[in-house]
Design a protein around this ligand. Structure first.
Ligand code: ARG
Length: 464
């Protein structure tokens, strides 16, 4: 048992209590951030004349040495320390002696852990954005290649109107684009440094909080030291945004699973992204999509977990908040894996254009356009709706489609029909005429693609 406190205690901590309280088995993930924060802290302590230049140099050298040794495997993070902060401080003192005991001057583990977690989350926000960026690149490529790949669009999972694969993929592009923008909002809002808040009431040492903030690329210091150590809003915002990403991926997965089914056959998932059955030799299962859909639950779980943890906590720091870490780490790893795996699956999917087009031809997806045809010939829309409804009923009885009926049969239902109806309700016309902004018509789609490519260019430049 190795802990930083003990002076006022008269007996050893109970073993089970120690284990229950300890966090090193998960907060060792914050090792890099802990070193980075400590270096910034001591550089500032020296600048402010709180420690000497020599002491600062010794501490910085000690800390970088510990970092190098952990990275190379020479030093392992032993789990008999209470937390990562205790481990680093103990190792430092072991290596450089008394100067190491000055590192924690003007600091508490409360502001230290708040900083570590912020540094971690901030870097992950960037990484998750990069994963989403890759996915958006895949989507835009599919969109550009499939402006006239016709397919049925659905409402209530019933064929509704014809659309294109580009248009359907474009819907997901918009969702993941909003996810990127949400992450960027979170980054901006959270980018204030809590270091120097101390336990919760600041400190009497003349710290320069703006300086440490700028050393670590923060916009500035946080403005209330009590809030600085008690705030986990940015974690909640992150988990809410990760939940939304998972919800999008899960909806998309659901469609992939449906499209891949024997009944639809709109797509073939690549063998490299499918799995087989131990008993049924013919099976090729969409497990990646199913796992992504399934893992959505645990990311939502993380959000609910932290919201619940935070709801009854009085100001300022309370140990409950240690519970923020495991769920957040797990959710971040899960989401990154899901985006990467999903993107791999999507970019290798084979779209069966012919089957999609044939499917769009069936199921009366051109019924709205047939009604619009009559409207253009002067029939009021409500009457046209009724006429086409009767026409559909007639087709169902005859097991036919509207465009397969002869002009005589059509005229029998409404004398307004003329030979030009066939062109007016063809799949091509149905799609091409939909030119309002955001619609599947090729020129409308090209405009959306152009704007979205500019967006991708913009985030690409930000990445570099
Ligand atoms: N392991 C703790 C956490 O994650 C570090 C902060 C400890 N602070 C304290 N007052 N015991 O929250």
């Amino acid at each position: 048992m190795a802990q930083l406190w003990g002076g006022r205690f008269t007996k050893e901590t109970d073993k089970l209590v120690y284990q229950f309280n300890a966090s090193i088995h998960f907060d060792k993930k914050l090792f890099e951030q802990d070193i980075e924060g400590s270096i910034a802290h001591v550089v500032m302590l020296e600048k402010q004349g709180i420690i000497t230049c020599r002491e600062k140099d010794d501490i910085v050298k000690g800390l970088t040495g510990i970092r190098t040794d952990v990275e190379s495997g020479k030093l392992t993070i032993a789990e008999d320390y209470e937390d990562i902060h205790s481990f680093v401080e103990a190792k430092l003192i072991e290596r450089i002696g008394d100067a190491g005991k000055k590192m924690h001057t003007g600091r508490s583990r409360n502001d230290q852990v708040a900083l570590d977690m912020k540094l971690y989350v901030r870097a992950e926000v960037v990484q998750i954005t990069e994963c989403l960026h890759e996915l958006l690149e895949t989507l835009i490529t599919i969109m550009e290649n499939n402006l006239t790949t016709y397919m049925p669009g659905f409402t209530h999972l019933q064929k509704a109107q014809p659309t294109t694969l580009a248009h359907h993929m474009g819907a997901y592009f918009e969702m993941f684009k909003r996810d990127v923008l949400r992450l960027s909002d979170i980054y901006k809002r959270m980018n204030y440094c809590p270091l120097g808040a101390g336990a919760f009431a600041g400190t009497t040492y003349p710290l320069d909080r703006s300086y440490t903030a700028s050393l670590m690329g923060f916009e500035g210091p946080t403005l209330n030291s009590m809030d600085s150590v008690a705030d986990r809003d940015y974690i909640i915002e992150l988990l809410a945004s990760l939940s939304t990403i998972m919800m999008h991926l899960s909806r998309f997965s659901e469609e992939i699973i449906i499209w891949n089914s024997n009944e639809y056959r709109f797509i073939d998932i690549d063998d490299g992204f499918s799995t087989g059955s131990s008993i049924m030799p013919q099976k090729k299962n969409p497990d990646i999509a199913e796992l992504v859909r399934g893992k959505t639950g645990r990311v939502y779980g993380a959000l609910v977990s932290i919201l619940t943890t935070m709801k009854g906590i009085p100001l300022a720091y309370n140990k409950d908040m240690q519970e923020d870490k495991e769920v957040t780490f797990d959710a971040i790893e899960t989401v990154k894996n899901c985006i990467v795996l999903f993107n791999g699956m999507l970019s290798t999917i084979k779209f069966n254009n012919k089957i999609m087009e044939e499917s769009a031809m069936k199921g009366f997806t051109n019924a709205t356009d047939a009604a619009d045809y009559l409207v253009n010939k002067g029939v009021p829309f409500r009457d046209a709706h009724g006429i086409i409804g009767r026409l559909v009923l007639y087709c169902i009885e005859k097991n036919s489609s509207i465009d397969a009926l002869s002009i005589e049969e059509l005229k029998e239902i409404s004398p307004v029909f003329e030979a030009d109806v066939y062109d007016a309700i063809s799949l091509k016309t149905c799609v091409e005429k939909r030119l309002t902004t955001g619609a599947p018509g090729p020129s409308a789609m090209k405009e959306a693609i152009k704007i979205n490519k500019e967006f991708l260019e913009h985030i690409r430049n930000k990445d570099n």
